[in-house]
Design a protein around this ligand. Structure first.
Ligand code: AMP
Ligand code: GLY
Length: 448
């Protein structure tokens, strides 16, 4: 020891030794890997693949213990369902430091109608819409719009409650199925019908400490199940970051025009939003428009954004949780690509229980990390890993260029197999052919 100055932590971040991550998917695995650069991570419930030790020596463990019984310096809530159910409020009431909005802010994702109302109140550009509980007025509004027709469940549907179609008859049938409760139960008893927008999409994850905002690197997600954006909508079949057409200046203007006014509107309602605001954007010919806001990290966007974070993620998320965001997030220039491997039958009726081959081989390839989502341990006499959900794995790779990251990710995909495994072959294909973007470091700024 030199000198007599007491070692007083200078920020909330200095106190973070253990982080508890709530969730069990690929997003939570990606969070755990990056948080474990600087702290031990406990994931609940996690899954058998979310385990290990970081190169820095910190541990990652998955436990079945309920979150309330886990002692940690910081709690990061991954999925939307516990947020909408008020888990962040309950943990905060118990004096814990929590990254994630309370039930009030989480309504942005819990109800699409509430989200659209907030966008209108904040003057944020979005598709024209109507919210309906009765078939007659819903069909009348639908018929007043032009193709493509867009029908969404109001409530949570794991990214699968959205129909975008060029067939009016299909849209009409979908409205009736959703409102009857047949298609999505109570989540579909109210529908949101929207004007169909066109243009490239971008996912922007923006940290919010209740007032200040800081954008993370932009990502692009692939929502349709099959190549060339065909097939049904899913939770996301792959992603890449950065996005060549979305440079730092565009990110800054998206934060100012599409996110900051929302935070002002939330504050006007007394909502102290501490977590991440995920803006799903469409870059239309008449300017960027918000498709949706989610109240948590995107999946699989997190799998390509966080590995590129050039700093201490525990410290960053603790600042957000403490309402004291001062760090400007910076990212390494190396792009990342994630390809999701899904079960046969995903998204309608995923088949589970199939043994997975090639996990170790894929994980040993240069730049490749295999992130687990719907996996479980096999029977006692079989110590292998089996499929247990729709989206099973996210094969993620960093590379010197987007093209290299893509080649590496697909080399990982080629090493893995199980009966009925499905994946897209065109993740980041078009973007890899474009020139690369500069390093992203948008300054943290206060909402006006
Ligand atoms: P959401 O869950 O609301 O983001 O919708 C899922 C996907 O459906 C989006 O990523 C878009 O590809 C598509 N989508 C949603 N809303 C619209 C819209 N108004 N116009 C065109 N496509 C849309
Ligand atoms: N990747 C879409 C989502 O997380 O909602």
């Amino acid at each position: 020891m030199t000198g007599g100055a007491p070692s007083v932590p200078t920020s909330a971040a200095r106190l973070i030794r253990t982080v508890c991550v709530v969730g069990s998917g690929g997003r939570e695995h990606a969070l755990a890997v990056v948080l474990a650069r600087t702290a031990d991570v406990v994931v609940t419930p996690g899954n058998p693949g979310i385990t290990g030790r970081s190169v820095e020596g910190h541990t990652i463990t998955s436990v079945a213990t309920p979150v309330e019984q886990i002692e940690a310096d910081l709690y990061v809530i991954g999925p939307e369902v516990p947020l909408v159910d008020g888990l962040a409020d309950r943990l905060r009431a118990d004096g814990r430091l929590v990254f994630g909005p309370g039930a009030d802010g989480a309504q942005l994702e819990g109800s699409k109608a509430f989200m659209k109302e907030m966008l209108a109140e904040a003057g944020i550009p979005t598709a024209q819409f109507g919210a309906f509980e009765e078939v007659g007025p819903a069909l009348e509004f639908l018929r007043s719009l032009e193709a493509p027709w867009v029908v969404k469940t109001d409530g949570l549907a794991a990214g699968k409650g959205v129909l975008v179609t060029d067939s009016l008859a299909e849209a009409e049938a979908d409205v009736m199925a959703k409102l009857s409760g047949d298609a999505f139960g109570s989540a579909g008893r109210r529908v949101v019908i929207e004007e169909g927008l066109t243009g490239p999409e971008c996912s922007l994850l923006v940290l919010c400490d209740g007032q200040r905002l800081a954008a993370l690197a932009p990502a692009q997600d692939f929502k349709r199940r099959d190549d060339d954006d065909l097939g049904p909508n899913t939770g996301g079949m792959g992603a890449f970051s950065p996005v060549p057409s979305v440079d730092d200046a565009l990110v800054e203007s998206l934060v100012a025009e599409a996110v900051a006014p929302l935070v002002v509107a939330l504050r006007a309602r007394g909502i102290d939003y501490r977590g991440v605001l995920y803006a799903g954007l469409m870059l239309t010919p008449s300017g960027p428009k918000v498709l949706e806001f989610n109240v948590r990290f995107g999946d699989p966007e997190t799998q390509v954004v966080l590995p590129r974070y050039d700093g201490d993620l525990c410290a960053l998320l603790a600042e957000v949780a403490a309402g004291a965001l001062v760090t400007t997030p910076r990212f390494i220039p190396d792009p990342a690509v994630c390809v999701v491997l899904a079960s046969e039958g995903y998204p309608e009726a995923p088949r589970t229980g199939d043994p997975i081959r090639g996990l170790d081989e894929a994980g040993a390839l240069p730049g490749v990390t295999v992130l687990h989502a719907g996996t479980a341990r096999g029977d006692e006499d079989d110590d292998g890993i089996i499929t247990s959900g729709g989206r099973v794995l996210g094969v993620t790779a960093l590379g010197g260029t987007l093209a290299e990251a893509r080649t590496r990710a697909y080399a990982g995909v080629a090493a893995i197999d199980w009966p009925g495994m499905q994946h897209r072959t065109d993740i980041a294909r078009d973007a890899a052919a474009e020139p690369s973007t500069p390093l992203l470091h948008v300054k943290a700024e206060a909402a006006p």
